[in-house]
Design a protein around this ligand. Structure first.
Ligand code: SF4
Length: 288
């Protein structure tokens, strides 16, 4: 492989590792937990600031990720070779496995999850539905009563509206992938709480990395805020193209909001037309 390709691949892996480490996810495979910390990899430590994306949200609005080490420990900076203290797989191996894992593998890893308190009131886990090869992923907030009963996302009234929106784009539900930030229904359809989002959102990140969609549409504030780590209102960014770790991402209103505020459908249709243009889809009919 040419040097430039190796360099680009290594840089991509470094960015992915930093992201997972910022989330506190490493190691995140149940069968890959190390008995002790792995060797220090100086080449993985941040060396230069990452250039800001044109779509990047102001830093002051972002939740602060966990800090990376700012200095290399003495053993690594003394010039002496650092000996591995664990025979476990390297973080590079973990990142490669993450990039290659399928939705089925992620679902298997989720299992009959009890990682947060939402497990105690759910009937069915709502993992996601659609194509592993989808170019378009819709991300909502969490399951409602109908979804909790059926184990499928967006099957209630809001789901029927989402299906109409997808079909108005000239697609079928099976062409896209639909999932939520949390996979279990919050009681009374309340917003998921921060600890619940923190426990469940790593599975969303892995779903997105497994599918590698061309476009992610965030339905409502929770999805948008979770992916971008911001607390700002969706109204600041609705309809704007943003960058989520290299993916094109566009926030718009949740279909449940449209059921309460039908006048906002026109805004959402404008947003979906942007998505259609990005995907090279022809506008066939207007949303009702
Ligand atoms: S919401 Fe997510 S983390 Fe919480 S129990 Fe359900 S699947 Fe597990």
């Amino acid at each position: 492989m040419p040097d430039s390709a190796n360099t680009a691949r290594n840089e991509k892996l470094k960015q992915r590792l930093r992201f997972y480490e910022d989330l506190g996810l490493a190691p995140f495979y149940r069968d890959r937990v190390l008995a002790s910390p792995g060797p220090v990899r100086p080449e993985l430590l941040p060396s230069a600031p990452v250039p800001a994306s044109p779509h990047t949200i102001e830093e002051s609005t972002l939740r602060k990720p966990a800090l990376m080490p700012s200095t290399v420990p003495p053993a690594a900076s003394s010039g002496k070779p650092v000996q591995p203290i664990s025979s476990g797989p390297s973080l590079f191996d973990a990142a490669s496995a993450s990039a290659a894992e399928t939705l089925t593998q992620i679902r298997d890893d989720l299992g009959e999850c009890t990682r947060c308190k939402l497990h105690s009131t759910r009937h069915k886990i709502v993992f996601g539905d659609g194509s592993q090869k989808a170019r378009l992923v819709f991300v909502g907030e969490g399951p409602g009563a109908d979804e909790d009963a059926q184990g499928l996302p967006f099957v209630g009234r809001a789901g029927k509206l989402l299906t109409q929106m997808i079909e108005a784009m000239g697609l079928k539900r099976g062409d896209v992938y639909i999932c939520n930030v949390v996979k279990c229904r919050p009681p009374g359809n309340r917003q998921p709480e921060p600890d619940e989002v923190a426990a469940c959102s790593p599975f969303l990140f892995r779903q997105l990395d497994s599918i590698k969609p061309k476009v992610i549409v965030c339905l409502g504030a929770t999805a948008f805020q979770t992916l971008l780590g911001t607390s700002r209102s969706i109204s600041h960014y609705r309809g704007q193209w943003l960058d989520y770790r290299g993916y094109r991402m566009l926030p718009t209103y949740h279909p449940a909001y449209l059921l309460r505020n039908p006048a906002a459908k026109a805004d959402v249709w404008k947003d979906l037309q942007k998505v259609m243009a990005e995907l090279g889809l022809e506008v066939k009919k207007k949303a009702k």
